[in-house]
Design a protein around this ligand. Structure first.
Ligand code: FES
Ligand code: FES
Length: 163
């Protein structure tokens, strides 16, 4: 990874990342968090910031297909890797099956947790297309919802596994 030094003496790095299928080359500081790179530099504000401590899951994105809390990942760690954010889930204005299921099951209230929930659920269904209720609950256990009580969210994920 190429290191650059700015006039202010602070080192910056040239990072190449692929986000939702699009390649980006960005300049970041050593301590820039992935969530801030996505939201502030790439304007992908669907990824939400909550606790910024790795506890709430609202900033969940997929890093090479695996869910991570993007507030605990440095932007430089994402160099050369692929990221999926909620903006990359629907394609050509068609909602993903999980998104449709969240709508149909009233699994969204304020919506703050929803991007992270959907990405955690997508990662689960990619590795386990027919999960049990317990497996769904485990997969979203790092995503806190302050509104719904989880019942409809779990139902939505289970229904999205249907053909
Ligand atoms: S904002 Fe990242 S886990 Fe809460
Ligand atoms: S819908 Fe409000 S936090 Fe989950």
């Amino acid at each position: 990874m190429e290191a650059l030094t700015d006039q202010d003496g602070i080192k910056r790095y040239l990072v190449n990342i692929n986000v939702n299928g699009d390649p980006y080359t960005v300049i970041v500081k050593a301590n820039t968090l992935l969530v801030n790179l996505l939201r502030d530099q790439l304007d992908l504000t669907g990824t939400k910031k909550g606790c910024e401590l790795g506890d709430c899951g609202s900033c969940t994105v997929l890093l090479d297909g695996k869910p991570v809390n993007s507030c605990t990942v440095l932007a430089v760690e994402a160099d050369g890797r692929g990221i999926t954010t909620i903006e990359g889930v629907a394609r050509s204005e068609k909602l993903d099956k999980i998104q449709e299921s969240f709508v149909n099951n009233a699994a969204v209230q304020c919506g703050y947790c929803t991007p992270g929930m959907i990405l955690s659920a997508k990662a689960l269904l990619a590795r386990n297309p027919k999960p049990t209720e317990q497996e769904v609950r485990e997969a979203i256990s790092g995503n806190l919802c302050r509104c719904t009580g989880y019942v409809n969210i779990v139902k939505a994920v289970l229904e999205a596994t249907g053909d």
